[in-house]
Design a binder for this molecule. Structure first.
Ligand code: APR
Length: 310
């Protein structure tokens, strides 16, 4: 296959991303991890599934942080790092994960100078900023995955509450990927009907709250590790949008250059994804309350980004 996607961090999210991508048959896949043998083993296992599902995809693994295997990648996905433990916030991971992500970005860009990066490691907005700085790429080529996931959680909860197909439900969650994320209920709808007209205010408030703490709900249940099926499905959608130049509009962590009155942070906003990565950032018409919530979320992200000292 002519396209190559390398996934750095072959843990739960990285290997599940490979699983979703292999099913799509859109790129050859390389799994890299600091652990020896594990990415090779997972890659081989997945490769042996290809005859069963009828997909011709090359899948290889490289342990011991064997970055050479990633040379010439079209897309680099970064999921390397520590996941949360119960009671931890995403921000608690900042120090440990910035060391890992910074090194991954520096090593991989040397081998794939034309790649587009999709970052998943938490704290997401800050790790995406770090990747942008360390790679020296233009900001449209470095994107963070968060908004598709947060919006998908909200869509799933609405579908459960209303017994309507998930395909009919459009929800938009913007802002930082943390407790201050901003579910835009006014812009969300069920087959065109505004969300607030489909349910009581109390039910809607409950869904908003559950969306905000959706990641934590899973961390608490798992007791070890964090969510990976939905986060990796979201990465696969972004990879596909870029490789197929779909011009798909999804919420993602993107570099703000004045949009929504924000500058010099990576932050969740609707972004049009295509062959060049972020082709365009869409600006919604927001009311004062929505703008205030976004501003509050941005202040938290900016404060954490400043901790990188870049
Ligand atoms: N280079 C390559 N891989 C590394 C490095 C490194 N320097 N450091 C750690 N890793 C690997 C680990 O060995 C592990 O296999 O990253 C992988 C992370 O996988 P998991 O521990 O299973 O974590 P996962 O659930 O996939 O989450 C990864 O994504 O959603 C976020 O908060 C989550 O930051 C976390 C990240």
């Amino acid at each position: 296959m002519s396209k190559k996607v390398s996934i750095i961090g072959a843990g739960m999210t990285g290997s599940t991303t490979a699983h979703w991508l292999a099913q799509r048959e859109i790129a050859d896949l390389v799994l890299v991890d600091v652990v020896e043998g594990m990415p090779e083993g997972k890659a081989l296992d997945l490769l042996e599934a290809m005859p069963v599902i009828g997909k011709d995809v090359s899948i290889t693994g490289a342990g011991g942080a064997g970055f050479e295997a990633t040379a010439g990648s079209d897309i680099i996905v970064i999921t390397a790092g520590l996941p949360r433990k119960p009671g931890m916030s995403r921000d608690d991971l900042l120090a440990a994960n910035s060391e890992i992500v910074g090194k991954v970005a520096e090593e991989t860009i040397k081998l794939s100078p034309d790649a587009i990066y999709i970052v998943l490691t938490n704290p997401l907005d800050v790790m995406t900023y770090l990747t942008w700085k360390k790679t020296g790429l233009p900001p449209n080529r470095v994107i963070g995955q968060a908004g598709i996931l947060d919006s998908a959680r909200m869509r799933a909860f609405v579908a459960l509450a209303l017994n309507v197909s998930v395909e009919n439900i459009n929800c938009y969650v913007l802002g930082g990927h943390g407790d201050s994320m901003v579910p835009l209920t006014r812009h969300s709808n069920v087959a065109g009907v505004p969300l607030h007209k489909t349910m009581s205010a109390e039910l809607l408030d409950g869904i908003v709250e559950r969306t905000r703490s959706g990641g934590g709900e899973i961390v608490k249940l798992l007791k070890q590790g964090s969510a990976y099926y939905a986060p990796s499905a979201a990465i696969a959608q972004m990879v596909e949008a870029i490789l197929k130049d779909k011009q798909l509009i999804v919420p993602a962590a993107v570099y703000m250059q004045g949009e929504y009155g924000l500058k010099d942070i990576y932050f969740g906003a609707p972004a049009q994804l295509g062959a060049n990565g972020v082709e365009k950032i869409i600006e919604y018409d927001l009311n004062d309350e929505e703008m205030a919530a976004l501003k509050q979320s941005a202040e938290g992200v900016a404060a954490n980004t400043a901790k990188l000292g870049l």
